[in-house]
Design a protein around this ligand. Structure first.
Ligand code: PEP
Ligand code: MN
Length: 339
């Protein structure tokens, strides 16, 4: 739509799309609204829309993914998560333990995360573990602890759900529903989370191509939830020096094709304590919109992913360093914009 299109112009286009038997997706942006169309079997004749008041252009998106594509929405999406944003000019830091273990453990980390100036807290209450005998998470009790973190520290809660019941619970207690790497292609779960109105953090599957990753995001958006944040968390390769291979090249690739924000998870991406900081710095340098960092007050006692957890001190050092890198990048953007 044109920047000056009125609400009734937008509604008119939506009505026309519905009359044709297709599904309209209204996606407001900072300066203009895009209206995506899905449910059509073949090409839709653009003359249905071209001459309607307020319409700037009718574009055919020929890629397999539609709603996530830059063709539909050239400007970047900024996703509101609780009282903060991901994808805007500020770098989003999501820090916290792999798993919620105890109130003390969680509060200890939350205090440091909140004092650092970060706006998001992570912590798993439902843990997808390789072994059925490993700690599976505290479930709803864990979510209640996370809700207390929001109350006490003002942090926005990002936490994983693994099934529909979990999604209902995370919707109730959290601010952002994480869909983990192992569920990236759980299509019924993607459809279910697409019907919620909470933002979704979608992690890349450990063997997913970029196209599969983007189509997973498309699944969520096709259901009407447009608040999707992508996360690169490492993929499986032949390398054994790290837990996964953090594929930073996917960040500019994603940014070229989609308007969605993308963040980087160097914790799962490397699985090694000493690699997290350097790869976090690289993630910011490559242009990610944010980071996920696992932090534990005592990594050697962690019930999950202790090998990659940053201590409280390491986290503070890491955040100071990446803020410095991010400020150079944003100054540079300002210089380029004014040149
Ligand atoms: C996590 O964030 O704790 C997690 C399990 O991540 P992933 O799905 O990327 O393995
Ligand atoms: Mn973890």
């Amino acid at each position: 739509m044109k920047p000056d299109a009125s609400e009734s112009d937008i509604q008119r286009v939506i009505e026309v799309v519905e009359k044709l038997g297709f599904r309209p997706h209204q996606m407001p942006g900072a300066s203009r609204t895009a209206i995506g169309i899905t449910g059509n079997k073949g090409a839709v004749d653009p003359t249905h829309f071209e001459n309607l008041p307020g319409v700037a252009d009718a574009i055919r998106v020929t890629k397999p993914y539609k709603l996530i594509s830059r063709d539909l929405r050239p400007e970047k999406s900024v996703v509101k998560v609780g009282n903060a944003e991901i994808g805007g000019s500020e770098l989003a830091m999501i820090a916290g333990p792999c798993a919620v273990e105890t109130v003390e453990q969680v509060f200890q980390v939350a205090e440091v995360v909140a004092n650092s100036g970060a706006k998001f807290f992570r912590g798993g209450a439902f843990k997808p573990r390789t072994s059925p005998y490993a700690f599976q998470g505290k479930g709803e009790d864990g979510l209640k602890i996370l809700a207390e973190v929001r109350e006490k520290y003002g942090l926005n809660i990002v936490t994983e759900a693994m099934d529909e019941r979990g999604i209902d619970l995370v919707e109730k207690y959290g601010d952002c529903i994480q869909i983990g790497a192992r569920n990236m292609q759980n299509f019924s779960l993607l459809k279910y989370v697409g019907q919620t109105r909470k933002p979704v953090l979608l992690k890349r599957g450990m063997a997913a191509t970029l196209e599969e990753f983007l189509l997973a995001a498309e699944y969520i958006m096709a259901e009407g939830n447009y608040d999707v944040i992508l996360c690169e968390r490492g993929i499986r390769t032949f390398g054994t020096h790290a837990r996964n291979t953090l594929d930073l090249s996917v960040v500019p690739a994603v940014q070229k094709l989609t308007h969605l924000p993308i963040i980087v998870d160097p914790s799962h991406g490397t699985g090694r304590n000493y690699m997290v900081n350097p790869l976090a710095r690289a993630g910011v340098a490559v242009g990610a919109d944010g980071l996920i960092i696992e932090v534990h007050p005592c990594p050697e006692e962690a019930l999950c992913d202790g090998a990659q957890a940053q201590t409280l001190e390491q986290y503070q050092e890491l955040y100071t360093q990446i803020k410095a890198i991010h400020s150079i990048l944003t100054q540079e953007e300002m210089t380029i914009a004014s040149a």
